[in-house]
Design a protein around this ligand. Sequence first.
Ligand code: NAD
Ligand code: TDX
Length: 333
Amino acid sequence: MRSIVVTGGAGFIGSNFVHWVVDNQPDVHVTVLDALTYAGNRENLAGIPDDRLTFVHGDICDEGLVDELFASTDACVHFAAESHNDNSIADPSPFLRTNVQGTYVLLEAARRHDVRFHHVSTDEVYGDLALDDPARFTEDTPYHPSSPYSSTKAASDMLVRAWVRTYGVRATISNCSNNYGPYQHVEKFIPRQITNVLSGRRPKLYGDGLNVRDWIHTEDHSSAVWAILERGKIGETYLIGADGEKNNIEVLEAILEAFGLGPDEFDWVKDRPGHDRRYAIDSAKLRAELGWRPSHDDFAAGLAETVEWYRQNEDWWKPAKEATEAKYEAQGQ
Ligand code: NAD
Ligand code: TDX
């Protein structure tokens, strides 16, 4: 594989993936296709040499542009999406357009040009598990999405499966759990709480704080996606997770501790409508078939590094902070 198109490569996980490829795959040229929505930031790709990266400012729904890019690439890794549940509850329409229509446009171009396609999806397509359920999601868990966001991701997964079966598109799918690390937008849970403290606000916890997420460092997501792109079986789905289940109170306490704050120094706020209770990934297939292992096995250390990154990069997050908090405040969150 010599050339790949990375959609959404200026977002959180996409840009971490691009850095990972540039650092670990010296013979691969990356073309990022990104619309630079509120969630995309060209700065996320700063420092990457021009001979390794071409940046294209454009929309995945633009058929002509996508066709042109797919005419000269070996593969596409598709990260571009509207990605935030709370936004999808306030206004689902951009989620339908980008996540469903955009994926359709990419699949049609992959079909025309026989491009190897990897679709990046989420564990949220499986719905949620009870706190006392010993089960975890596997590739065989039925789809049961709860939010407008996760239902559009589920729809896009279904399109990929249909294009593999009907048209023979060479595609794979991965469903990953919650990522953390640098370059994550301040609307998301961990960066929101870190930057609340850094900007003199109190952290905000939804509902009863007992909801569980299965945290994985974004670098481990990148190495897993690469393993699937290179060695995954066409038509298959792989779940990506690093055995990182924690409830939101535990994560928040670790953040408060990193700042030397007491465990009560936060506000309870209104719960998210339809709030999924627990996500948990069984990644046995990925580990057994592709030999993948996560390298970040110490959540406290990864979180401390992430806190430090936000401390050091105020210029990166400050411009988005006020507007994000104003939006939350209007929602009572
Ligand atoms: P993000 O919101 O940080 O980034 C999304 C990127 O896509 C941005 O750069 C944005 O500009 C771009 N984009 C949006 N609409 C576009 C369009 N129409 N055309 C071109 N570019 C467009 O998202 P993220 O958290 O990095 O998530 C990336 C992918 O990973 C998504 O598909 C998401 O569903 C999936 N995922 C995320 C997580 C997580 O924890 N964040 C977990 C599992 C899967
Ligand atoms: O201020 C907050 N307080 C709070 O308690 C925010 C922003 C969130 N929460 C809770 C809601 C969730 O239980 O924290 C948990 C994590 O919330 P988010 O960061 O919004 O993530 P989540 O809804 O779990 O979805 C994420 O993981 C799966 C990504 O945003 C998705 O793109 C991905 O598919």
